[in-house]
Design a binder for this molecule. Structure first.
Ligand SMILES: C[C@@H](N)C(=O)N[C@H](C)C(=O)O
Ligand SMILES: [Zn+2]
Length: 203
């Protein structure tokens, strides 16, 4: 039971969230999914989401298609780990993992994931389907995940730079402590949501 209250900003609108799996399939984009919080393979060690789904604000999803098209000549596609996240999950993370607050959003403000405007992702090799090595693993909560970390191999640093450059060229901004996290421009205009995935599907 959370002790936090979801922020309510009456002037803000809910983002138009779309099912990114269906959307990317319809547009034959090179986007694959490994929704970590729908398995135990995440920093909590627990299954957090009841379904492996990825919902995202429409304009951000459209921008992701452009990112995927830009990466194609380099031989890479996008692998998505997380997109829209209901607010109560953000509150759960904050409450139960106090040592990781540098890498978590404060539920009193809400995460950009709760607004449908943030995405966590990496690159994969189009020929082999293998995920590309980055300077750290996803949600590895230490300095190896920071954009300022220079201790990775030449290839890891170059792959991180390619992901960053391509995402930033299409309206996303970076997170200084998480190479995999990107916010879409205008996230401030959308409210913090707590809808479950199945409720989004029904709406
Ligand atoms: C938990 C991690 N994957 C993440 O998304 N962190 C950001 C800061 C967030 O919670 O919004
Ligand atoms: Zn994130």
């Amino acid at each position: 039971m959370t002790t936090y209250t979801r922020p309510h900003e009456s002037k803000l609108m809910p983002a138009q969230l779309i099912d990114l799996m269906t959307f990317s399939h319809e547009h034959t984009a090179n986007i694959t999914f490994d929704i970590k919080y729908a398995s135990t393979d995440n920093f909590t060690g627990q299954v957090i989401y009841p379904q492996a789904r990825a919902f995202l604000m429409h304009d951000a999803a459209q921008a992701l298609l452009a990112v995927s098209a830009d990466l194609h000549p380099h031989g890479f596609g996008l692998r998505v780990f997380d997109a829209y996240r209901p607010w109560h999950i953000t509150a759960y993370f904050w409450e139960h993992f106090p040592n990781d607050h540098l890498y978590l959003a404060d539920p009193r403000e809400g995460s950009r994931h709760n607004r449908g405007c943030a995405i966590d992702l990496s690159l994969y090799d189009l020929k082999t389907g293998t995920e590309i090595e980055m300077p750290s693993a996803y949600d590895e909560f230490n300095e190896k995940s920071h954009l300022s970390y220079t201790g990775g191999t030449e290839s890891q640093n170059a792959m991180r730079a390619l992901l960053q450059t391509t995402m930033l060229a299409h309206g996303f901004s970076a997170h200084p402590h998480e190479w995999w996290h990107f916010d879409y421009a205008g996230w401030q205009n959308y409210c913090v949501l707590d809808d479950e995935f199945l409720a989004l599907e029904a709406s």
